[in-house]
Design a protein around this ligand. Sequence first.
Ligand code: NDP
Ligand code: PYC
Length: 338
Amino acid sequence: MAEPNMISYAALLARVETIFTTVGVLPAAAKAVAKVIVAGERDHCKSHGIYRLEGCLRVLAAGKVNPEALPEIHDAGASVIEVDAKGGFSNPAFYAAQEVLVARARKHGIAALVIRDCLHFSALWHDVEALAEDGLAALSMCPSYAFVAPAGGKEPLLGTNPFAFGWPRPGAFPYVFDFATSVAARGEIELHRRAGKPIPEGWAVDSDGHPTTDPEAALGGAMLTFGGHKGSAISTMVELLAGAMLGEFMSKEALDFMGGTDLLPRHGALVLALDPRVFAARSGRDPIAEGEKLLTAIGAQGARLPSERRFAARAKAMAEGIALSEAELAQLDRFERL
Ligand code: NDP
Ligand code: PYC
């Protein structure tokens, strides 16, 4: 097997940021989008790492995301804050409103950020991890595209609808989980297709509703929800809270609007921030210390916490660099020549 090519986090970040500015994305948005893509690669979350560059550039070339969008915050001082991404990427919109969301959650105990009209391609852990680092518990969710059959059905209707949670910890890293409500993210199936590898059983059915391990057939059929009816219900909740409730697209509408799965989806997103110390104030107990008892007891059983793999991958990448394949490097070179 060929030796991987090592590149530092800073060097990869600079290259990806330049690729975005070169195709006309405003500097602040280019920085935000490059940050999440390179962080995905750094944390070895390949389904939302530099592989996503290609999809972002495709949607920019198709004119279906606004490279010059300036997120507009609508804040009436209440606990629901809105940021209109103006058809731009979701990440700069989140960063634009992060400070006010944190301040409002600290003031009221709970605050919600509604992100409107955004192109959403990224993992959600970025948002909840940042809020947990600010001492807040956080939930984040959004619809995606109608790729997934509800449990008991066989036609794609639900999105891969990611759902993430963050909880502050006194040590270096917060507790964070972040998953698609389908068995795997769509990006994971696409990466199997590119590598010429079958997908595990139970991820998807083909267009006739038969179980398949062929990624091509899975992409043309329907993905399945994790945990059967349980994942199906959580996915439906995401459609309702981050789609219907916000007056933004649900996954089926997002797909119809973009006109096919080739382009990344445009819809809304919902981020909730909660201050545990406000909720626990009258109990006289320290919620973070109480939470630690559970989290350390889980670790004491030898079970790993979600994100532990990711944080370990991050530490390794920051010390040794990020390993890229020849094909990934060649693709970066190609994008730099656009
Ligand atoms: P995974 O199944 O890879 O991981 C889900 C979570 O479970 C992670 O927090 C992971 O932590 C944790 N985990 C995995 N294995 C274990 C284990 N053995 N013990 C404890 N925890 C474990 O993620 P998905 O494929 O479901 O999703 C990947 C990404 O895709 C997510 O970041 C999601 O936000 C993104 N996505 C984005 C969409 C969008 O529309 N923008 C749509 C769908 C998905 P760790 O990382 O440390 O392994
Ligand atoms: O991997 O399922 C996915 C996905 C959809 C939109 C962005 N990522």
